[in-house]
Design a protein around this ligand. Structure first.
Ligand code: SF4
Length: 356
């Protein structure tokens, strides 16, 4: 495409106008839309709203497994046969200790995630106490993911100091029955609407690669824009043995980057997070995700391991981005993998693996 194509994308997005479905489809699938100028277009938007900063998030899997829901992609679902360690809500002391660690690791936001369809009123009260305790001890933003909630529950959590509620739409309304049978897309929408009515900022995103069409992703990107969500995690599906959903599409780094650009162009001022699956699906192109996205997880995901934090921090620094943190930035300095000027030499078993 000519340079004017990309500059039109930038000006449409910055002017607050919606990118047409035709443009969106081209971004995702046309070989005439080249990746580098597309990334540059997305970067211009990202830079306008977030400069070169990166927000780091750390997840706390506060309650794992035993979920009565059957989300086909999830190892915690009742239908999953994956061998995971299950536990009920961690005690307050454990969550506080982990909050301290997240704060000291420079995380901008601490995300407490619980399995389950949604909390009982008693559990909401417990969570409110927990949020109050974390917020009074550490200057860190707290985000909570607890399944479906109604407006009174959202008001209780807001009053306790909760900054954000996470509830992902995951995919489009028409594709939703292909990924879950125990709740609907509308149930998820209702939770986001209840949270917003209670004055909570919302975080809601997608999982890419669950057999959906480009049109499904475009629809969700535009739905999230309509909802004016503050934050959009873009996950790339990681098939795990024992879950119902098998690998249905082979994601390439090129496609994943296009999806991130699409979400940035459609939601210019939202925090776009390159989330689960970044290491696996972006592979050697991982660093390029920082041009459309301004946020990422460190320390892994809910049940899946991620890259070592030190390597992620090094990648951010090497690419010229800076970490936005309320913590002590000096504690964030990436540890060099090898002493400067010192190269690790291969051991004999690496040099001669077949030696008798
Ligand atoms: S509700 Fe959450 S924890 Fe339960 S199966 Fe669905 S994604 Fe997994």
């Amino acid at each position: 495409m000519k340079p004017t194509y990309y500059s039109e994308l930038v000006s449409t997005s910055l002017d607050g106008k919606l990118i047409s479905d035709t443009f969106c489809e081209e971004i995702l699938s046309s070989s005439e839309v080249e990746l580098l100028p597309l990334l540059d277009a997305a970067y211009q938007i990202r830079k306008t709203y977030f400069q070169n900063t990166v927000q780091l998030h750390i997840l706390n899997n506060a309650q794992n497994g035993k979920c009565p829901e059957d989300c086909f992609y999830c190892v915690q679902a009742k239908s999953a046969t994956t061998d995971i360690d299950t536990y009920s809500l961690k005690p307050m002391s454990e969550i506080l200790a982990e909050a301290k660690r997240a704060y000291q690791s420079g995380a901008y936001r601490y995300c407490i995630v619980m399995s389950g369809r949604g909390p009982t009123p008693k559990r909401v009260a417990q969570l409110a106490n927990l949020i109050e305790a974390v917020k009074s001890k550490y200057p860190i933003e707290v985000c909570l993911s607890v399944g479906l909630i109604d407006e009174p529950a959202a008001r209780t959590l807001k009053a306790a100091g909760l900054d954000r509620l996470n509830h992902n739409l995951n995919t489009s309304e028409s594709h939703y029955p292909m990924i879950c049978s125990t709740h609907t897309y509308q149930d998820r929408m209702d939770t986001l609407i209840a949270a917003q009515a209670a004055g909570l900022a919302c975080c809601s995103g997608v999982i890419v690669g669950m057999g959906e069409e480009n049109a499904d992703l475009i629809r969700v990107a535009k739905e999230l824009r309509k909802l004016e969500v503050a934050s959009i995690p873009v996950n790339f599906f990681l098939p795990i043995d024992g879950t119902q959903l098998k690998e249905t599409s082979s994601l390439t780094p090129d496609y994943c980057l296009r999806v991130l650009c699409l979400f940035r162009l459609v939601n210019p001022s939202a925090e776009i997070r390159v989330a689960a699956g970044r290491e696996h699906h972006l592979r050697g192109m991982e660093v390029m995700s920082l041009y459309p996205a301004n946020s990422m997880f460190i320390d892994g995901y809910l049940n899946a391991m991620g890259k070592e934090s030190a390597r992620t921090l090094q990648m951010i620094e090497d690419a010229g981005f800076t970490i936005e943190t309320n913590g002590d930035i000096s504690e964030l300095s990436p540890q060099p993998q090898v002493e400067k000027g010192k190269v690790l030499l291969k051991e004999l078993e690496v040099l001669r693996p077949r030696m008798e």
